[in-house]
Design a protein around this ligand. Structure first.
Ligand SMILES: NC(=O)c1ccc[n+]([C@@H]2O[C@H](COP(=O)([O-])OP(=O)(O)OC[C@H]3O[C@@H](n4cnc5c(N)ncnc54)[C@H](OP(=O)(O)O)[C@@H]3O)[C@@H](O)[C@H]2O)c1
Length: 256
């Protein structure tokens, strides 16, 4: 199998890194020349990665094509590309829906929308796909956990929650910066925060049959530090604001 990537940006680089470090069987990966720096880095790091001459060259050489460009770029370039019948197109593009993709690709190809996230580079994390597809599911299950969604409208909710990734890192940054301001060394602060939050998430993963109410309740004692932390943030509207932010992201997605 030959894989192709149109748009060699952040998420394509992460997916390619995950694939090249996994047990997925493939012959070659062709990437489009943009971004030049990222394409060259991937070629240098992985011997099965090659840089195609242009976007059409990626498509001509590949069986599966991943679309990793921004929506406005996709709308401009995809209609001009010539796909072959029976190719598999996996689109990472956030706001071009399935029916629009079908229309602008205008060929009898299999189209699956996917939401890979950066930890895919480590072979971890969720990959939501729509529509469900066994082949694509099995592929992504080798570099993460595939979640198949039957309705595109429901899959939009995952796109919305995926929009909180930077906010999550901002939370870690605020906590780490606070420790530094209090006199701790940057590396100690960062080590503490990353180790704490990754372990807490790991604990929730291994006990995933229990819902999050359990973790909220179990991690506080009345009048204790965590009780103060969660209640003060609740009172300040922190979590309400998080919910309204996700609602606004969803509104934006549904407008497209
Ligand atoms: N980042 C994530 O975590 C993530 C997760 C899931 C889905 N997505 C989706 O994946 C898509 C890409 O996101 P990204 O974060 O990877 O963005 P990105 O880093 O900006 O990557 C987009 C790439 O497209 C290239 N490009 C621009 N014009 C092009 C053209 N005409 N032909 C071919 N390539 C072109 C850009 O090259 P230049 O740098 O040279 O302009 C850039 O390398 C978006 O639709 C996003 O919503 C992202």
């Amino acid at each position: 199998m030959i894989l192709g990537f149109v748009g060699t940006g952040n998420i394509s680089s992460d997916v390619i890194t995950g694939i090249c470090n996994s047990k997925i069987k493939f012959n070659k990966i062709y990437v489009s020349p943009r971004n030049k720096h990222k394409a060259q880095k991937l070629k240098k790091n992985f011997k099965k990665v090659f840089i195609a001459r242009n976007n059409q060259d990626v498509i001509d050489k590949s069986d599966w094509i991943c679309l990793g460009v921004l929506p406005e770029v996709g709308e401009k370039i995809i209609p001009k590309l010539n796909f072959r019948t029976k190719q598999v197109v996996v689109s990472f593009i956030s706001t071009i829906n399935h029916s629009k993709l079908k229309k602008i690709i205008n060929k009898n190809v299999k189209i699956v929308r996917a939401i890979p996230m950066p930890p895919i580079a480590l072979g971890r994390g969720p990959i939501v796909i729509f529509p469900p597809d066994r082949q694509v599911k099995n592929f992504f299950n080798k570099i993460g956990t595939t979640i198949e969604i039957k309705s595109e409208k429901l899959s939009q909710n995952f796109w919305a929650t995926s929009g909180t990734m930077a906010a999550f890192y901002e939370l870690l940054k605020v906590l780490s910066d606070w420790l530094v301001k209090k006199g701790l060394k940057r590396n100690q602060a960062q080590q503490y925060i990353t180790s704490l939050y990754s372990a807490l998430a790991e604990l929730a993963v291994v006990s995933s049959k229990k819902d999050f109410n359990h973790f909220v309740a179990e991690s506080q004692t009345p009048g204790g530090l965590n009780w103060q932390g969660v209640n003060q943030l609740r009172k300040s509207g922190y979590y309400k604001s998080l919910e309204s932010t996700i609602n606004n992201i969803l509104k934006r997605l549904n407008k497209k």
